[in-house]
Design a protein around this ligand. Structure first.
Ligand code: IVH
Length: 685
């Protein structure tokens, strides 16, 4: 009888578990990511079904069931900054160490000599992302900690939950009460390249490599943006008490059975020869992987042997990394061409005989600026070394000797020396080089086509005015046809003018006009970013707009006043002042205002005291009484400025626990006072 009953009950119990999981995920996607996956109706139907089933099986009552609590928008509050500190700092249960590096067979042999004889070595790929520690309690993901300083890290669980391959819950009876899975969070190449392309279009600084991009992404406050970027993770280490298996390999196989993303490239080796064969294979094959790798990791397989070998202060003795050499190729520099950006910077570009490098065909590489070219004495016709190591935009790192090298210093050869153009390759204007800057710039802001089009492209881009339907090609077309010469012209576009263009019918014309109309609601901070003032990126624009809540007050701000804003240094301040001094910009702004753009935002709270007026304060370390964000707010409320790095202008450092050693050293060198959390609170009453 019993058996019969449990057989009848089982599907419903399963259904309860599945519904709880589904509703929990739906809540997260709805409240945190703002990307609903179920319609309200579907959600309600499922919730009712779950309520009915839970009433039928009271022994399955769980206070954490979605029927027992409302979907939490906690993270959403955090995103908007109303709940103070962004991430919880958590002490690691086991410190997160790093690995000793090796670069040759000899170094690997030396490591192996110190191991017990006959030891089994597991070879794995070394993923080039950032490490994460996932905590599972009763099979449920409860924390996801970054490495932090190795002793404590940030809990970035809401961002980690956007990674589809990381299970939120292991639906098995046999999972241990607690375990930690460690691994690497990565931004796959494809996603990385798409992200950088987007950033390039918006003239935002590019991420040098997928690791930096993954790290920047994981620290974002908005899980929706994290989800959009598409992180992935590979897991490579299970740790905890009373876990199954006696070897590392067994543990990873178990983790794989539990649904974790474990690489297939793991191999148990018994000799250095085998290890070297693994290395040789993957040094080539890794170019076909979807994610970045920078070496391999060798680990003693047997866990008892691991324990016996133990740890040094920073690294396990039972593991070592082998780093692949950075990939370099020699190829012909056919020609140097020049690219003019939205702000007029002229960048020299090496046009190369195409060459295969780290899995992609490279035919263009940046030559940075005139000084770089001169320092390597590079000329068209040279054979140059191209590298695609940590940085993903290929770069020239050297040149091969020329046959005529010996006579290269003769006056005859001097004539062949490279010289940077003196006029703009696009509009012919005379280039200028601002003192202290490496770049040559075309000053013809309103007459140089790539600058005009670049400014319009930036203005309409997603993070700026977000006007759909106006891609690079359409803007080029409108520019050619004389419809667009500046950003204000957008608001004078007529349906018939657009619809009359090739490839554009009435429907797309209407779409464009709708997008332009909608842009009139874009908030002031984004309008300010959209104007494209040099060096005023999205974040800086937000900070400026917070302080200057109307364009009229900003227009009259002095460089000195602007410098009081976090992130605004003298250079940015000067760019802003210059922007508003230019009559052409004032005319543009007048037209934009008349068109109905938002040039006002919410007023920033006034400081409540001037105890810290004129002071620049660095916050460093971790704190017991308030979060960093709260301290930042306290500083601002009292008229002070919170700055990121220590300089001789720093008034003092609000120093918490575990202050970074570099900051401490710099403070000591510059004689800057460290104020403890308690002292600071006393100062502020
Ligand atoms: S094991 C106690 N295995 O490399 C040692 N680390 O340079 C735990 N990494 O911090 C690390 N792939 O972020 C291990 N297959 C792999 C790895 C790996 C990448 C990273 C990890 C570590 C860093 C050390």
């Amino acid at each position: 009888m019993m058996d019969l009953f449990s057989e009848i009950e089982e599907p419903e119990r399963e259904e309860i578990r599945a519904l709880r999981k589904e509703l929990e995920e739906a809540n997260y996607k709805y409240y945190v990511l703002n990307m609903p996956t179920l319609s309200d109706r579907e959600f309600d139907e499922k919730m009712h079904r779950l309520q009915a089933l839970e009433a039928q099986f009271p022994d399955m009552f769980d206070p954490k069931s979605p029927t027992q609590h409302v979907g939490s928008d906690l993270q959403r509050d955090k995103v908007q900054g109303t709940k103070g500190k962004a991430f919880e700092t958590v002490k690691h249960k086991y410190p997160m160490l790093s690995l000793a590096n090796s670069y040759s067979r000899e170094e690997i042999e030396e490591w192996v000599r110190k191991l017990p004889s006959g030891v089994e070595i597991v070879c794995e790929l070394k993923y080039d992302g950032l490490s994460i520690s996932l905590w599972y309690e009763k099979g449920v993901l409860v924390k996801a900690l970054t490495r932090g300083d190795g002793q404590q890290g940030d809990n970035v669980i809401d961002n980690i939950k956007t990674i589809p391959s990381i299970p939120w819950k292991i639906e098995r009876e046999d999972v241990p009460a607690f375990f930690e899975l460690r691994g690497e969070v990565l931004l796959p190449w494809e996603r990385f390249e798409a992200l950088n392309k987007e950033r390039e279009e918006q003239e935002e600084p590019l991420f040098a490599n997928p690791r930096n991009a993954a790290s920047g992404t994981l620290k974002l406050q908005d899980p929706r943006e994290v989800a959009r970027r598409g992180l992935d993770a590979y897991l490579y280490y299970m740790i905890g008490e009373n876990l199954p298996g006696n070897t590392h390999f067994e543990r990873l196989s178990t983790a794989k059975e539990w649904g974790f993303h474990i690489s297939d490239a793991i191999k148990v080796c018994h000799s250095v020869d085998e290890v070297m064969a693994y290395i040789a294979y993957w040094d080539t094959e890794r170019k076909n992987l979807p994610v970045a790798t920078d070496g391999i990791v060798l680990k003693v397989n047997n866990l008892a042997q691991q324990e016996e070998l133990g740890y040094t202060a920073k690294t396990p003795r039972w593991a070592i990394a082998y780093k692949f050499p950075a990939e370099k190729q020699l190829t012909l520099l056919k020609e140097i061409t020049y690219q003019v950006g939205r702000t007029g910077v002229v960048t020299p570009v090496a046009n190369l005989e195409p060459v295969q490098l780290s899995g992609t065909m490279v035919q263009r590489a940046t030559l940075h600026n005139e000084d770089f070219i001169k320092s390597l004495d590079i000329r068209p016709g040279d054979k140059v070394w191209v590298e695609k190591g940590g940085e993903i935009i290929p770069k020239i790192v050297g040149r091969a000797d020329r046959n005529d090298e010996m006579s290269a210093t003769s006056s005859l050869n001097d004539e062949m020396m490279y010289s940077f153009p003196t006029t703009c390759p696009e509009c012919g204007a005379e280039l200028v080089r601002v003192e202290g800057e490496a770049a040559w710039r075309c000053p013809n802001e309103t007459g140089c086509p790539p600058q005009i089009k670049g400014k319009i492209e930036h203005f309409v881009s997603r993070k700026a005015m977000n006007i759909d339907g106006l891609g690079e090609e359409t803007i080029d077309l409108f520019y050619q046809k004389g419809l667009l010469k500046n950003i204000a012209d957008l608001y004078d576009l007529k349906l018939e003018d657009i619809a009359a263009q090739e490839r554009l019918g009435e429907k797309s014309a209407q779409n464009i006009l709708d997008g332009i109309e909608a842009s009139k609601q874009v908030p002031w901070a984004r309008v300010l970013f959209a104007l494209g003032i040099r060096m005023v990126g999205e974040t800086t624009a937000k900070k400026i707009a917070k302080k200057y809540n109307t364009i009229d007050t900003l227009m009259w701000a002095t460089a000195e006043q602007l410098c009081a804003i976090e992130d605004v240094g003298p250079q940015i301040a000067e760019n802003i002042v210059k922007y508003f001094e230019d009559i052409r910009n004032l005319e543009l702004l007048d037209r934009l205002r008349k068109a109905g753009l938002q040039m006002e935002g919410e007023a920033a709270p006034e400081p409540t005291s001037d105890k810290l007026a004129g002071m620049s304060i660095v916050i460093s370390g971790t704190f017991a009484h308030h979060s960093r964000d709260e301290y930042k707010a306290i500083i601002e409320q009292n008229g002070g400025k919170n700055v990121g790095s220590v300089s001789k202008k720093t008034s003092f450092i609000l120093a918490g626990e575990n202050m970074g050693p570099e900051k401490r050293k710099k403070a000591e060198d510059l004689g800057i006072r460290l104020v403890t959390e308690e002292e600071f609170l006393e100062m502020m009453n």
